[in-house]
Write a protein that binds this ligand. Structure first.
Ligand code: AMP
Length: 109
């Protein structure tokens, strides 16, 4: 089972921010910015290519709630999802990085 499936089942610990029936958000273990959260669907989909559009729509609403919870809705944030080999995706379970809490650089990569 992949590491994010284990997190969603509570089999390995995470610093949880928000959870509902379909999604979980938790803090990244190796933060790249002052606020660095990850949001995942509980069901395993490898990457953005695989997640059904209807679930992605619900996922977007969930992430809007996460940014409120993180108090970065007004200050701003960046959402990133890596998908596939060229992106250097490390964990093959779709996730969005939610990055903020400070002024980010203008370069995305
Ligand atoms: P990616 O390169 O987009 O696949 O990013 C994977 C992210 O997962 C990295 O930012 C890691 O720091 C993060 N990560 C890996 N394992 C854990 C974990 N157990 N808890 C929280 N974040 C993790």
């Amino acid at each position: 089972m992949c590491i994010f499936c284990k997190i969603s089942k509570g089999e390995i610990p995470s610093k949880k921010i928000l959870e509902d029936d379909n999604f979980i958000a938790f803090y990244d273990i190796n933060p790249q910015t002052k606020v660095h959260a990850l949001a995942i669907p509980k069901t395993h989909y490898k990457d953005f290519n695989e997640i059904p559009a209807k679930l992605m729509c619900q996922f977007s609403s969930f992430m809007q709630e996460v940014v409120k919870e993180l108090n970065i809705k007004e200050s701003g944030y960046r959402l990133i999802t890596n998908s596939g080999y060229d992106s250097a995706q490390e964990v093959p379970h779709i996730h969005f990085h939610i990055l903020g809490g400070e002024k980010l650089g203008t370069k995305i990569v």
